[in-house]
Each structure stands twice: as C-alpha cells, then as structure tokens.
Design a protein around this ligand. Structure first.
Ligand code: ADP
Length: 269
C-alpha cells in the first residue's frame, strides 16, 4: 500500500516554506487551472516534494503523496477488496480517493513503480480523465480539482527505469535542479536556523562535491543532505562529524573515496 498519505487543510498560510527557483509556481498554477498533469524531473532531494506540498496547500487542495517503489502495483494505487470482520469490502487506494474527491495525487519517483501503474495513468492523463476500476467494474470520471503530479530522477542510468515517450508526452514537465548558491544558503538557514556563514560553507562544500559527480560518486550532495548536516550542527555536533555523517557517508561506501572527500572538507573549512 501507499507509504504515506499527506492531507493538507489548505490555504497559503498553512503552506510549508518553499523558495521558488524560477517560474515553477506559475506553471503549476496554470497546470492546475487547466486540469493538466505535471511531471517534475530532477535529482533526489532538490525540493520537488516540498514544492508539491507547498502548491497543494497554497491552492487549498488535498494532497495524496505516494512514494513509489519497485513493488508498488496498480492495485496499491487504485484499491483492493479487503476482509473486514468476515466481510469483503472494497477499499479505495490513494489515487482513487484523489480522483473521487478532486484532490491532488503526487506519485514520487513514478518510474520505480511496476509497469501496470503506467497503464492506469494513461486514461487519467488525457482529456477523458477517467480511472477504470476493473475489480469493481466502475469507470470513475475525475472530479473537478483532480490533478496528477509525478516526479522522476532522470539521472539514474537505468535504461529499464525510464519513462516511455508515450507516458511522458501526457504530462507538462518542469526541470528541477539544486538551487543557486544564494538560494540554497537561504533554504538551509530558513530550514535549520544555522547562521548564514556556516550555511555558506556547507553549500560551497556541496558544490565542490557535486562537481565530482560521475567520477568517484554517482549522485551529488542533495539540498536535503545539506539541511541534515546543518540540523546536526545546530543540534551541537561538530561541523566535521556532521559533514561526515550527513554529506560524505551517504555518498559512498568506498573507504578511499571517503578519505579523499574528507580531505576536501578540510580544504573548504
Ligand atoms: P525531492 O522531492 O526533490 O527528493 P524534497 O522536496 O524532499 O526533495 O527536498 C528535500 C529538502 O530540501 C526539503 O525537505 C527542504 O528542507 C529542502 N528544500 C530543497 N529545496 C527547497 C526550496 N526550494 N525551498 C524550501 N526547501 C527546500
């Protein structure tokens, strides 16, 4: 089943903090206004989920968030019959609930899900906006306000885990990347309360580590990891230990690479 469902009560005042990187908020609003599905592309931990949570709250729509994984099937999204007190009852999955209620449904890392998930998305992402539920024989028309948002990380070099053009071309798309240094510093200070000087140092280090992507490390340091590091430092951990635990260890398991990266830390700080 879906790992977590997130429901917003709505209103800009309740919206979690999100610092825009460009005109993505306007594109999202236009997509929502015209009932168009939206695909967010970008590396892990660069703010995609936060963006969706922020926009759903701003627009006052309920949001169902599903973290996709390789075992997630169409039934997990649509629903299934369950035994309850000796009776078999139908239980809607998060996608069906969003379709019925006119809510937003965010499928995080959609390419991770099983193949049958894409089949379900097709009739929902064209102008029919319907969700056929084979098990109950229902054909649900999406209620006004329903919006499908999906994300994927094009960086993973896995040919089997990419979206087919026939699926991609059903979505408006927005590219995300790690914020510019000044913005990323602002995010880190705002999220953790760390002073701007140390936040600046962490962001500088992160950008040096990002430059090594493809050489010794597969993925660059995410904004999320910088936020973790800053959180540890704010909690009293030494800068070096926090960096090791939150920025270096998550990147590699190779002892030599780790030592090399820690040398870089000493050079930057
Ligand atoms: P993704 O969904 O791309 O994997 P998240 O949305 O979970 O990444 O972002 C990870 C963390 O980074 C967030 O919890 C937040 O602390 C921070 N973050 C990244 N970008 C922004 C931004 N533009 N505004 C506010 N917080 C951000």
């Amino acid at each position: 089943m879906a790992k977590d469902n997130l429901i917003n009560e709505g209103g800009a005042a309740n919206a979690p903090f999100y610092l825009p990187q460009g005109d993505e908020c306007a594109v999202f609003e236009a997509a929502a206004a015209h009932d168009l599905p939206l695909l967010l592309k970008g590396p892990t931990g660069c703010g995609k989920t936060r963006f969706v949570t922020h926009m759903a709250a701003k627009l006052g729509r309920h949001l169902y968030t599903v973290a996709c994984h390789d075992d997630l099937s169409a039934a997990d999204l649509i629903g299934r019959y369950l035994l309850k007190g000796g009776e078999t009852v139908w239980v809607d999955g998060p996608l069906t609930r969003a379709v019925r209620e006119g809510a937003m449904c965010y499928l995080d890392e959609v390419v991770e899900a099983r193949k049958d998930v894409t089949v379900v998305l097709h009739p929902l992402t064209d102008d029919r906006r319907i969700l056929p539920i084979d098990r109950t024989g229902e054909e649900l028309e999406a209620a006004p306000g329903f919006m499908l948002v999906a994300s994927f990380n094009p960086g993973y070099q896995n040919i089997l885990k990419t979206l087919k053009p026939s699926t991609r071309q059903r979505f408006l798309s927005l590219s995300f990347d790690f914020p510019e240094a000044a913005q990323e510093i602002a995010v880190v200070t705002r999220e953790t309360g760390l002073d701007a000087d140390r936040a600046k140092g962490l962001v500088r280090l992160a950008n040096k580590l990002r430059a090594l992507k493809g050489q010794d490390i597969e993925e660059g340091v995410s904004t999320r990891l910088i936020v973790y590091t800053a959180t540890l430092i704010q909690g009293g951990m030494s800068v070096e230990r926090a960096i090791e635990a939150a920025m270096i260890e998550p990147l590699t398991d190779d002892a030599d690479v780790k030592t090399g990266l820690m040398d870089l830390v000493t050079a930057v700080f």
